[in-house]
Design a binder for this molecule. Structure first.
Ligand code: PLP
Length: 441
């Protein structure tokens, strides 16, 4: 087939399918099997899933132990309404999660995705202030960061700052949310500035934003502990989160850490905040909670927030039909048991620096690679047109969007997660690597 007829075949295949594909006229590759690191397409093409989908498949695919746990749970209870009932997997999973924080986070609300966990966190932040012995009903604002991504519903999109994803819905987004700079040293640290001074500058910017909107109107500051989708695996510089925490504490606002991409081991500790010397008031997790075996996310609530609710109405004002879904919880529990029993977080911590060194060695000198950064098994590569000026490629020539499936030579392709939004929050150019925790050297 020549190129032209291949495209028209792809288009007619797409039109005859009932799937609402991301690109309506592009039929997607049909995946019919998987094992470990590999996805297997209908025609037998094997694809190395180097990013575990969207940084999700932390155990790889088709794990026998997880499958057995799912079958076992199917024979017991798959769903009952958690507004009225509880189940063993919900009890055990939430206990595992609070223990993973050393008890700092003392309650867990289980939902079905990262976005829902973020929505639950935002609502919990608001509720906290209405439950204080002296309620602060005037607190309704959230301060977030530019170039962040927190999900795709109208609430989570409003706290996020992914320009392309927001654009169409801008008139519908909550205007009580404002944004400060992310911690993005590659592009935003001034030449010659020390980490200390950079952190001071960012803390001052947050302080100024509190003052601008009125410190007693702010519920919370929300940030990704290690920036994922929009910036491409950017860890904060040392001391950044301590400084942000101080500003929040000064004004009595909560700190929400969005660990949807980084939670449950991805960065070499169960929670990325463990490496920052801060403890959030609210935390979200999702991707490596269920590892792709179940759609699941969770909100983790700090003891001090729980205490206030316990002294107040004792009612969490948010609920969802599928909260605490028994089958999803049993699945995630097995994923977490495997991570624990096989000591996989330690494997992430050990192999992360090795992967970073390897990327630097192989790619660091490439004229179109501006920055390689990451933590644990979570690495981002940012492309530039000019290494010395950090000038990005013009939009039409950006690399990341063109290498979702790299190296199309059969039988192997590599699937990477392309990103956008690094350089100006709209047109950046990076890819993410997030291999399973089970990888070897
Ligand atoms: N928060 C962060 C930091 C994310 O990276 C994502 C997804 O990439 C989300 C929230 C939204 O999660 P989901 O796509 O599961 O709704």
């Amino acid at each position: 087939m020549n190129g032209h007829s291949e495209i028209s075949k792809m288009q007619s295949d797409a039109m005859s399918s009932s799937v609402l594909y991301p690109k309506l006229d592009r039929k997607q590759l049909l995946i019919t099997g998987s094992k470990g690191l590999m996805l297997i397409a209908e025609d037998g093409t094997r694809i190395i899933d180097a990013t575990g989908g969207a940084a999700v498949a932390c155990l790889g695919h088709n794990n026998d132990q997880v499958k057995e746990a799912i079958i076992k749970q199917l024979e017991q209870i798959t769903y009952c309404y958690s507004q009225f009932f509880t189940t063993p997997p919900l009890e055990k999973l939430t206990q595992h999660l609070t223990e993973s924080t050393n008890g700092e986070m003392s309650k867990v609300f289980v939902v079905s995705s990262g976005t829902e966990a973020v929505e639950a966190a935002l609502k919990m932040a608001r509720q906290y202030f209405t439950e204080l012995p002296q309620p602060q009903y005037q607190r309704h604002r959230i301060i977030a960061r530019r170039q962040s991504y927190h999900g795709n519903t109208l609430g989570s999109l409003a706290v996020g700052s992914h320009k392309a994803r927001r654009a169409l819905y801008e008139p519908m987004l909550n205007t009580q949310i404002s944004h400060v700079s992310p911690c993005y040293p590659y592009r935003e640290k001034i030449k010659g500035e020390s980490d200390f001074d950079y952190v001071e500058r960012l803390a001052q910017e947050l302080e100024d934003e509190f003052q601008r909107v009125g410190p007693d109107t702010v519920c919370a500051f929300i940030a990704e502990t290690v920036c994922g989708g929009t910036l491409g695996c950017v860890p904060p510089v040392s001391g950044y989160f301590k400084a942000m925490r101080e500003v929040c504490d000064r004004h009595g606002a909560l700190l929400i850490l969005d660990e949807v991409m980084t939670g449950m081991g991805r960065t070499g500790t169960y929670h990325a905040w463990e490496q920052e010397g801060v403890i959030p008031d609210l935390q979200t997790i999702a991707k490596c909670l269920g590892g792709g075996y179940a759609p699941i996310g969770a909100l983790l609530v700090n003891r001090r927030v729980v205490d206030i609710l316990n002294q107040g109405t004792k009612v969490y004002s948010h609920s969802q039909t599928y909260q605490g879904h028994a089958l999803a919880c049993a699945t995630a529990l097995e994923v977490q048991n495997i991570i624990k029993n096989e000591n996989l977080v330690a494997n992430v911590a050990a192999l992360g620096p090795y992967l970073g060194q390897l990327l630097q060695k192989e790619l660091g000198d490439h004229p179109n690679i501006g920055d390689i950064r990451g933590r644990g098994l979570f690495w981002g590569i940012e492309f530039v047109q000019d290494k010395s000026t950090k000038e990005p490629f013009p939009v039409q020539k950006q690399l990341a969007g063109n290498i979702h499936l790299a190296g199309t030579r059969k039988p192997y392709c590599i699937s990477l997660l392309p990103g956008n939004g690094t350089a100006d929050g709209k047109n950046g150019d990076h890819i993410i690597l997030a291999p399973p925790y089970t990888v070897t050297k």
